[in-house]
Write a protein of this length. Structure first.
Length: 947
């Protein structure tokens, strides 16, 4: 065991030295942050009643009434998300500088003349190609015209499915095999008069399957509508015109009109609805539109009602959920790539729309399904709870399976052949200013009033928590988002300093990434939750001369589709900036092959949706996704919460056997700033250590050393108490290690140990009470550093013990194999490299180490540009250019990461897919596929041999 006394003394000496250095230049910032915190606290306390009223008005509080499992982390409430409604075309924020974006509109068939002209034009073009005229005159290409041009004369032919669905051959032939299965499934549901949920993963062509099916119906003449009847498709505003252009391409003869103020109809919505009814056409409408026109819509009969991104009705208590359930037709389809996002009640709400009664009443479902399954998912669940959850999850999966079709990209990879995707979570260091502001706010009266049980403010705690969390998130994004709020209205913004990238840890990372990617020829999507943050990023892109396009709630709905088209087609644009809610849903942005998710959403599906914009059918290049998190902050907690929610949805939708991963988190835990442990790992990185990206360890270690030296000095009394505690904990852990060598199930041992080590017995923890004035007088940093040192010792043994026990002494062979697979998966970044690449990496490590030393010598004038440009490793990376695309991508990504680690802007990186357990699943799936292929081959071989 390490000599603890010696260790602590070293730490204290280092801490003291750094504190002295720091105190010279930090005081001004600290005062500033204190002032800001005070000012914001005052404002927030004053506005709290108003905020609360606002919060009560919106559906977050509405949902609270009915939601047993809905928690404070619902994604629908934060005022930090100004663009959460994609229909919202608000006035630009005063912070925004908008560059001109010249884009054209897509025209729908709302205006009868426009529709007739389009049809006439299409007929003319089709005739021209069918008669073999030159294609010079073709001004609009549709799927049928393309089909003829590809040498197929049978454009009028149909593919007949059993019981009379006639899908035009030119569509059928272009569908992937799994898409044909999808069309057949839709037809089966149609025949039994049932609704269904098409839940294929994002980007697998759900839209195309629906259009193919509707085209089929329109060619058939069965049923009460004699083929296709008038139908409604409800979609988020951003994708409304994507539907129009898809319909016009695949099924040009159908009349497709948009009921929205951006549509081409002449303003009389009743006439538009009547026209669509008469033409047996498609009415496209937004969710907000349904609420607005519900009375008129319900006064007609519709054959189909289809909800695109149907998870919008996941909260059964919202007005929109109630309204869409009023349509009388049995043909209700729901399309979504994220069927379950936060909790099981959402699944109930979706089924209540398209298959009412299947999952019983809401109360019965919550009691008998949702609660036991959720309980079994927590790390502190008993064995019985776990087993019960498993059985109930299996039963639920069986009930919903016939009405839900979901294929993942892995499952259909052999058909679509998507390029590789590498997805990582980067833990970015806060800048000193952000750190100060963060801590200042943690000590503010707003946070105190939350943590103080006897606060005079009393209820509503939820509103208070939301406001505080949203403020912390602003600080993580950029100090100015927070400081701006603290300013008095008359104060002028200093535009030169405002939003400067060097003042935000995550923006520093973005700056480095963009510079490198520009050189490597990549194009990037950047998503942020907040429009204000998007403006800061926009200002930054302008100042750096990057060409970009931007899409948020302020961009007119009718322009969005062409904005997307422009980005996909014009390589001159390096960056596409979008709010996660507006640009992250349903659209195709395959022009980019790099994605940055700047800030995490409480809801994992929102972030997943966003990243899938680039990695989908049509993507030709390998895709890299970086999710940025500010290390140790609320953003890490949000990410952990995402993982739990992912786990929950996978348990139902994919694999009921999925293991549980997280403990529940406390309120106090949200309002802390975690320091990295002795290995430089943030909380999440140490929880999911096996998923760490293993690159440039040396550079990483160096940055840890620097970071650890940031601890501070303690009083003699505290020091003694800490030594005592550390000794006791170490003793306890070694005792546990001895006693654990029994016949007990290793998984149980793992669980117990994890619990014990992550949550050491309460009595041994120093009491950290943010509300207690006495404690608050100690610099906040000191308080956290004490905890940190204890954690360091705890986690050191923790990792060792876990690795020893779980990886080497596992009796169950399968488990061991799975763990190994997982390890291999994670480490393949390094191990799959060819020899010269390893050399190149080693050199990179050397170089980055050197560069880091230089940087520290230069101290206050670090020049990231220089440290990147002077590296030999760039040449090495270029050398590997002729190698396979896959290897090049890995090499590119490694190179990028090594730069970020070298500059200490990134503390850790995790493989996201491995964290959520998907990579492991993918591997198993591939193994299964391979095994069944071999089995088939074996059977064929036997048959052949007997002939
Ligand atoms: N069979 C096909 N042939 C050619 N292109 C296709 C085919 N199927 C899908 N695509 C293209 O793939 C892209 C993704 O399709 P689509 O938008 O329908 O996916 P989605 O599953 O609805 O995605 P999301 O869930 O993100 O909305 C589109 O550009 C679409 O044109």
């Amino acid at each position: 065991m390490i000599d603890i006394n010696k260790y602590l003394e070293n730490q204290f000496a280092l801490a003291k030295q750094r504190n002295e250095d720091k105190s010279r230049n930090v005081n001004t910032v600290t005062n500033k942050s204190k002032l800001a915190a005070d000012s914001i606290s005052k404002k927030q306390n004053k506005n709290l009643t108003n905020d609360d009223t606002k919060l009560r008005k919106n559906h977050f509080v509405e949902s609270q009434k009915a939601s047993m499992s809905k928690d404070w982390s619902s994604d629908e409430h934060l005022d930090y998300l100004p663009s959460s409604e994609e229909d919202d075309e608000r006035v630009q924020s005063s912070l925004c500088v908008r560059s001109k974006q010249n884009v054209k509109k897509i025209i729908d068939d709302g205006d009868t003349k426009v529709f007739k002209d389009r049809i006439a034009n299409w007929n003319k073009n089709l005739k021209a190609v069918c008669s073999g005229s030159s294609d010079e005159h073709i001004d609009h290409y549709t799927a049928d015209i393309q089909y003829v041009l590809n040498g197929n004369p049978d454009v009028e032919d149909n593919h007949e499915l059993q019981n009379g669905l006639y899908v035009p051959k030119y569509i059928w032939k272009q569908l992937y095999k799994y898409q044909r299965t999808g069309v057949k499934w839709l037809w089966e549901l149609h025949q039994v008069q049932s609704g269904g949920l098409l839940g294929d993963e994002m980007g697998l062509g759900k839209t195309v399957q629906i259009i193919a099916f509707m085209a089929g119906l329109s060619k058939s003449n069965s049923g009460s509508w004699n083929g296709l009847g008038p139908s409604i498709i409800v979609a988020p505003a951003t994708v409304i015109y994507q539907w129009v252009s898809h319909f016009h391409y695949w099924c040009p003869y159908l009349r497709v009109s948009v009921l929205h103020h951006s549509g081409s109809h002449n303003g009389n919505h009743n006439k538009l609805v009547r026209d669509i009814q008469a033409a047996h056409g498609i009415l496209l409408i937004t969710y907000a539109g349904v609420v607005k026109y519900i009375k008129d819509l319900l006064s007609y009969n519709w054959q189909y009602i289809i909800l695109d991104e149907g998870h919008k009705i996941r909260n059964p208590d919202t007005q929109i959920s109630k309204f869409v359930k009023k349509f009388k037709t049995p043909h209700k389809l729901l399309i979504t790539g994220s069927p379950m996002q936060n909790s099981l009640q959402e699944l109930w709400s979706l089924f209540d729309f398209m298959r009412p009664g299947l999952l019983g009443t809401y109360t019965a479902f919550m009691e008998h399904f949702a609660v036991p399954i959720t309980q079994g998912g927590y790390a502190n669940a008993t064995e019985l709870q776990e087993a019960t959850a498993l059985e109930i999850a299996k039963a639920l999966k069986n009930i919903i399976t016939p009405y839900m079709l979901r294929r993942t990209k892995t499952e259909v990879q052999e058909h679509i052949r998507l390029p590789e995707k590498n997805e990582q979570v980067l833990f970015c260091a806060l800048t000193p200013e952000q750190r100060d502001l963060y801590m200042g706010y943690l000590l503010s009266t707003t946070v105190r009033s939350i943590l103080d049980k006897e606060s005079r403010f009393g209820d509503p705690l939820r509103a208070r928590v939301l406001v505080a969390l949203s403020t912390l998130r602003k600080i993580c994004n950029h100090p100015d988002l927070y400081l701006y709020e603290a300013q008095e209205e008359c104060e002028q913004i200093n535009e030169e300093v405002f939003g400067h990238w060097k003042r935000s840890g995550k923006m520093t990372v973005v700056q480095s990434l963009l510079k490198i990617w520009l050189k490597q020829g990549h194009r990037t999507l950047i998503f942020s939750q907040s429009r204000a943050m998007l403006c800061i990023l926009e200002q930054h892109l302008q100042s750096q001369g990057f060409k970009y396009l931007k899409m948020d709630g302020t961009v007119s709905v009718s322009l969005r589709q062409n904005l997307i088209k422009t980005f996909n087609e014009s390589k001159e644009y390096l960056v596409f900036l979008a709010t996660t809610r507006v640009g992250g849903l349903g659209v195709n942005l395959t022009g980019a092959d790099r994605v940055i998710i700047y800030d995490p959403d409480w809801n994992p599906a929102t972030d997943n949706q966003a990243k899938e914009r680039a990695w989908r059918i049509g993507q030709q290049r390998n895709v890299t996704v970086y999710r940025l998190l500010s290390a140790g902050t609320i953003e890490e907690k949000i990410y952990q919460r995402q993982i739990f929610k992912n786990f929950l949805s996978n348990k139902i939708l994919i694999d009921p056997n999925q293991k549980n991963v997280l403990t529940t988190s406390t309120l106090q835990g949200l309002f802390t700033l975690e320091e990295p442990n002795c290995e430089g790992d943030t909380e999440t990185a140490s929880l999911f250590k096996h998923t760490k990206v293993n690159i440039n360890k040396q550079a990483n270690r160096d940055s840890e050393k620097i970071h650890l030296s940031g601890s501070v000095s303690f009083s003699k009394k505290k020091l003694d108490a800490m030594k005592r505690m550390a000794r006791e904990i170490s003793k306890k852990i070694s005792n546990d290690t001895v006693t654990s060598k029994t016949d007990e199930d290793p998984r149980q041992r793992y669980k117990k140990k994890r619990e014990q080590l992550l949550n050491p017995p309460k009595v041994q923890e120093p009491e950290i009470n943010l509300v207690d004035d006495k404690v608050s007088n100690i610099p906040f940093e000191s308080v956290l550093s004490e905890l940190d040192i204890i954690n360091m010792h705890v986690k050191e043994n923790y990792e060792e013990n876990l690795l020893k026990e779980v990886l080497s002494s596992q009796n169950e062979e399968i488990e061991t194999k799975e763990d190994k697979n997982c390890e291999t998966d994670v480490n393949n970044v390094v191990s799959s490299m060819s020899n010269d690449k390893i050399v190149s990496l080693q050199e990179m490590t050397k170089d980055t180490k050197l560069s880091e030393e230089n940087t520290h010598k230069r101290q206050h004038s670090p020049s990231p540009e220089q440290s990147i440009e002077n590296l030999v490793a760039i040449k090495k990376v270029k050398k590997t250019k002729q190698k396979q695309e896959k290897n090049r991508n890995i090499s590119d990504d490694d190179y990028v990461l090594s730069k970020l680690f070298a500059k200490s802007t990134v503390k850790n990186a995790l493989h996201h897919d491995v964290v959520v357990g998907l990579a492991e699943k993918e591997k198993r799936h591939q193994m299964k596929e391979e095994a069944s292929k071999r089995a088939k081959k074996a059977v064929r071989a036997i048959k052949f041999s007997s002939k």
